[in-house]
Unconditional design. Structure first.
Lengths: 226, 391
């Protein structure tokens, strides 16, 4: 990292898991917090379960660089298959991780995903590795596996407070409600249809905020050297 | 909504209207431009990474911003259809990329030849085997001599601004040529970043075909002279002369566009740090990557200037020669294998051994700043010896 004011994040997952949406929400939240941010996804032909990656750059000064993040500070692994089946664009899954970087893995720890050489590599980098049962939290708290991506963001914020929770809530409103809808969300002139839509939206956002908090509390550090 | 939009002076829309920041993708920026462009008709045909833009423009049609919109049979049909709509006096928009550009190729010189101010976006990608949908701008090399104007946007902000400004430039009566607005696919189309937008209740004035230097086609009374007696059916001196002079007139029209490019886009290029001895000269996303490399080199005590080339056709040959008159080294990073921009620059400057074509990234990979930094350092070492690298 050339400059301490930059954080580069790589999210690796499978198509359909919402890595692109998670990056979108994180980047939008960073922008709402007054930070500079760019977000971009990379995928081949769009299809479910194929490797999908997205990249978020957050900084205090303007970001020019585009494309894949080759040297991330933080890596989020949305699915065990990224590690065990090599469903990512770099091998091993932590290639390019900055020394002292952070890895957060979606796993309920029922099996050890890391091979011996992965563990050695992570120890050499002085990486901090965390596990978060994101899919389980999504199902139990959010009522749907579709919230896995938000649970991963919760895990990230549980480890490092990159953006405020309020900004994430606003970003969720904007992402799922549309800007105009949010702008008029508090006005009394909404007709009934819009109101019912708003209550569904509010519920969706509140559930995801709950997922965010629950996942943040469910993070456990994993020591690859032990 | 479309009905509530009012027409404003282009310069008010470009330079004076208050702007608000949004966090959007390059594809969304295209739709925001078309929304404010008073576009009559758009025709779409999907190809990654262009598809989302034309899909969003379909939404604009559904909301009443366009008079007509449909999906064509293929890219050739699309480019022929917008040509017809433009001949009929409408302001049109379409977009394609990569293999779509190549499939439609025949129509681009036709647009220029019939002097239609069509604006087309190109979200450049790999063209063929081995197949790649990823960013790469080799298709621009293939369009350099079609007669259309070519503008290369660096990011989503540029893309938004250049599409609208392309109409203002292309529709000038003494220009009246098609304009392609290019970006590197994915790096711009799929990247979300902050973009400043003017209000959505203002738009460009309507296109006025009565100001055109060529007659508008009226299909009730078709111009039989053009349809039945094209020049190619003749083989006499007058037909050769007409054909050759018409080609020259297309080139001259592009030359006359320079003053409008200066007025509306602030010049054909931008120079940063004009007194530097070393320059990075680039267009599109390679400019952004160069900006990062310049930061790194500066931290290491190496001063490097930047030449951002915005207009590829017409090409700012004289401006580049002037900006680099005292330069010792000009490094040209590109997102393609052929190195078309380096060739253009080498043909524009004296002592073109100063020009280093590279680094070149193709097949869809990114171009990390470190790659550009190494190219600069290696060139300095080769040409001036190790001592110069830390000057």
């Amino acid at each position: 990292m050339r400059n301490n004011s930059k954080t580069f994040i790589r999210m690796s997952g499978l198509g359909g898991q919402g890595v692109v949406t998670a990056a979108h929400i994180l980047g939008m939240a960073a922008a709402k917090d007054g930070l500079e941010s760019t977000v971009n996804p990379f995928f081949g032909a769009e299809k479910r379960l194929a490797p999908a990656e997205s990249y978020v750059r957050i900084a205090t000064e303007k970001i020019y660089e585009r494309g894949e993040v080759l040297f991330p500070n933080i890596i989020l692994i949305f699915h065990p298959h990224v590690i065990t089946l090599g469903k990512c664009y770099t091998m091993p899954f932590f290639a390019g991780l900055q020394p002292g970087g952070i890895v957060i893995i979606n796993t309920d720890r029922s099996q050890d995903l890391l091979r011996e050489d992965d563990r050695e590599g992570l120890v050499r980098l002085g990486a901090r590795v965390y596990c978060v049962p994101a899919t389980r939290v999504a199902v139990e708290v959010g009522g749907t596996e579709l919230s896995t991506n938000i649970a991963m963001l919760g895990g990230l914020l549980g480890v490092q407070k990159l953006v405020s929770q309020e900004a994430v809530r606003e970003a969720l409103m904007e992402r799922f409600g549309g800007k105009k809808f949010v702008a008029s969300g508090t006005t009394a002139a909404l007709d009934d249809v819009l109101k019912s839509k708003f209550s569904r939206l509010a519920q969706l956002v509140e559930k995801n905020v709950a997922v965010l908090a629950a996942a943040g509390g469910a993070v456990e550090e994993y020591h690859p050297g032990k | 909504m479309a009905r509530q939009q009012r027409e404003v002076d282009p310069e008010y829309l470009f330079f004076e209207a208050p702007r608000e920041q949004v966090f959007i993708t390059g594809s969304e920026a295209v739709a925001e431009a078309v929304k404010r462009g008073n576009v009559d008709m758009a025709v779409a045909y999907p190809i990654t990474p262009q598809s989302e833009s034309m899909h969003l423009i379909g939404d604009l049609y559904a909301q009443g911003y366009l008079k007509d919109y449909y999906r064509g049979e293929n890219e050739f049909a699309v480019m022929a259809a917008v040509h017809g709509a433009s001949l009929g006096g409408g302001r049109v928009f379409t977009a394609t990329c990569g293999p779509g550009t190549l499939r439609a190729m025949e129509m681009f010189p036709v647009w220029a030849g019939s002097r239609q101010p069509i604006v087309c976006a190109f979200m450049c990608r790999g063209v063929s085997l081995p197949p790649s949908i990823q960013p790469e701008n080799i298709e621009m090399a293939m369009l350099l001599d079609t007669g259309m104007m070519m503008f290369h946007a660096e990011d989503a902000q540029d893309f938004f601004d250049m599409i609208l400004r392309a109409y203002a430039i292309a529709e000038q009566p003494d220009v009246h040529l098609p304009a392609g607005v290019f970006v590197d696919g994915f790096f711009v189309t799929h990247t979300r970043s902050a973009v400043m937008l003017p209000p959505e209740d203002i738009k460009l004035p309507a296109y006025d075909p009565r100001r055109a230097p060529v007659p508008t086609f009226d299909m009730e009374t078709p111009p039989m002279r053009i349809i039945r007696d094209p020049l190619l059916n003749k083989s006499n001196f007058i037909s050769y002369l007409a054909n050759a002079s018409w080609h020259q007139e297309i080139i001259a029209a592009a030359e006359r566009a320079r003053k409008y490019i200066r007025r509306y886009m602030g010049g054909l290029l931008e120079v940063e740090d004009p007194f530097a001895k070393i320059f990075l000269a680039a267009s599109g996303t390679a400019v952004s990557q160069s900006r990062e490399a310049i930061r790194v080199l500066k931290d290491e005590g190496i001063q490097v200037g930047l030449i951002k080339i915005k207009s590829i056709r017409p090409f700012p040959a004289e401006e580049i020669a002037a900006a680099t008159a005292h330069a010792e080294l000009i490094v040209v990073p590109e997102f393609n294998m052929g190195g078309w921009l380096a060739r253009e620059i080498k043909a524009s400057v004296d002592n073109n051994r100063r020009v280093v074509g590279g680094p070149r990234v193709f097949g869809g990979m990114t171009m990390p700043a470190e790659l550009i930094v190494n190219e600069v350092k290696n060139a300095l070492r080769d040409r001036f010896g190790a001592e110069r690298t830390n000057s």
